[in-house]
Structure formats: C-alpha cells, structure tokens
Design a protein around this ligand. Structure first.
Ligand code: BEZ
Ligand code: FE
Length: 287
C-alpha cells in the first residue's frame, strides 16, 4: 500500500475491510467510501473545509442528548430522512413521512369518538377515515397511533418542566369492524424544528427557515400488514411548499371541511367539532 495516490486510495481503503462477500454491510460501506472519496476529489476539499465538516459533526454530537438527536434533525433538513421514507413506501400503500423526534411508545388507549385535546384551546376538528388494504377491504382492529402539537405549535412533551403531561395530545385508537377510526382533537399550528444548534447554523447559512407545515403524526399497523409511519397535513396551512424537513406529499394533504354534516356520519363524539378532516390509510401486505 505504499504506491498509493488520490486515485488508488479508494480501492485500497475498501480492500482493508474483510466483510462478508456480497453482504448488505459490504455494499453500504463500499458505496459510502466510493461516494465520499468522489465528493472529496470532485470538490478538491481543503484542510479547512475538511475540518469544518468534522467540527460540524462534532457539534451535532455535543448538543445531542437522549431527548435531542441532532443527527436525525440533520438527516431531516437535508432530505435524507424523506428520501428513506420515499424509497421504503410500498406500492399502493399510504406514503410514508417523518417520524420526527416526539414519538412516545405506550400512549394511552383511547375510545373511538374520544377527544384527544381535553380542555385545550383551539379549533376542534373531527379526524376520521378508514384503514384498508389496497383493494379497499377494511382492516378491523387496525391500530392508529397518533401524536401532535397543540394550537400554538408546541408538543406537550416539550413543556414538561412547565407541568405538561408528556402523554397529552397522543392516543392509540383501534379501528372498528368497518376499519373506521374517528376522534376529535385541536388543530395544530406550524412550528419550527430546533434551530439553536449546529443544524440551525446550517439552515441560516443556507438562508432557510425552520418551519414545518402543521401536521398530525401517525403510525398505523395491522396484523399481516406492513406498518406505516406518516403525517397528515391540512390544505389551508402554511409551508406546504417549503416544509423544513420535506415531509409534505400531495397525497398526504387532507381537505379541512366545515362540520355542518358531521351528524350524518353517525359517530358518537365526546366533543363537538368545528371542522372535519377525512383521511384514509392504506396498508400493504407484509414482506
Ligand atoms: C416533527 O415533525 O415533530 C419534527 C420533525 C423533524 C424535526 C423536528 C420535529
Ligand atoms: Fe411533528
């Protein structure tokens, strides 16, 4: 390895890894080295730039805590997370979108028709629809796990020090025998992703804002089907065309309608809604 130069180093580095031939690990590692070396050669990366990149990653590590994963945020704002979501969306299924950092396991089980936003201010909205397979067959018993920000764009988990319950504005619903889910909640507002760290610096350096279009988060699962992680956006919200983490897809934008015809739906609801949002989730078979 003495006769090494900027054109032979890539193969030399790859050869030093004794990975299982043909394995996925080998493929991902080799591809990463290929692309990183190509990028470095193509851009004639200087020492100062190289150290700038490494210091940026160091800063991401320094600010990360169990509650704040700056590398996920970095992945989000450069479209890496969205690309992985897009590649892994199954044909015929609802498109995937950001998990985001605020998901909590074991959110409270809620009854269909329940109200997720007990005592909270804001526009009350009925969110409803069906969970089906791609042939529109209902998936009774499907689990609809949801979490969201409040009417000021804050997740209660962000305000635990101010006495908020971290499980507020979260709930797990079980679809009925027709695959239907329905509940009321408050309309969330747009909010900013955290921008007080290195990722914020990156956004400012690129003259970008940190706002996300208002959305509801979901994980939907049913036996024998691939679960989906996705978001619903509202057609009247800001930032649909420039969501900071590239989460919006046309198919995930739901129309927000008046609640005038809500009685015709025949749901028994805990709270009277001011608006209605309908969204059907489609799951693809596992495998
Ligand atoms: C969210 O949707 O909750 C989120 C996504 C990316 C960064 C921060 C928050
Ligand atoms: Fe969110």
């Amino acid at each position: 390895m003495r006769d090494i130069n900027q054109f032979t180093i890539t193969e030399a580095v790859k050869k030093t890894f004794k990975t299982e031939p043909g394995s996925r690990f080998e493929q991902l590692l080799r591809g990463f080295i290929d692309h990183l070396h190509d990028y470095t050669r193509e851009n004639n990366v200087t020492h100062a730039e190289w150290m700038g990149i490494l210091n940026f990653l160091y800063d991401c590590g320094q600010i990360s805590t169990p509650e704040r994963h700056e590398f996920i945020l970095l992945s989000d704002v450069i479209g890496f997370s969205a690309l992985v979501d897009m590649i892994n969306t199954k044909g015929g299924a609802t498109e995937g979108s950001n998990l985001g950092p605020f998901y909590l396991d074991n959110a409270p089980r809620m009854k269909l028709g329940g109200n997720l936003s007990d005592g909270r201010e804001g526009v009350s909205v009925l969110v409803h629809g069906r969970v089906t397979d791609s042939l529109h067959n209902p998936l009774p018993g499907a689990i609809v796990d949801t979490w969201q920000a409040d009417a000021s764009g804050t997740y209660p988990i962000q305000e635990q020090e101010q006495g908020q319950d971290k499980y507020d504005l979260r709930g797990v619903f079980e679809a009925d025998e027709q695959g239907r889910y329905y509940y009321t909640t408050v309309l969330p507002k747009p909010y900013t992703v955290p921008y007080d760290g290195p990722v914020g610096r990156l956004l400012r350096a690129g003259n970008r804002h940190a706002w996300r279009a208002a959305h509801l988060h979901y994980i939907v699962r049913a036996p024998g089907m691939s679960s989906i992680t996705t978001e619903i956006f509202f057609d009247n919200t800001e930032y649909l065309d420039n969501d900071a983490v590239f989460g919006v897809r046309k198919s995930l934008i739901a129309k927000l309608g008046p609640a005038s015809k809500v009685d015709e739906l025949g749901y028994s609801l805990e709270r009277k809604p001011d608006a209605v949002c309908k969204f059907d989730f489609v799951l693809a078979p596992e495998g």
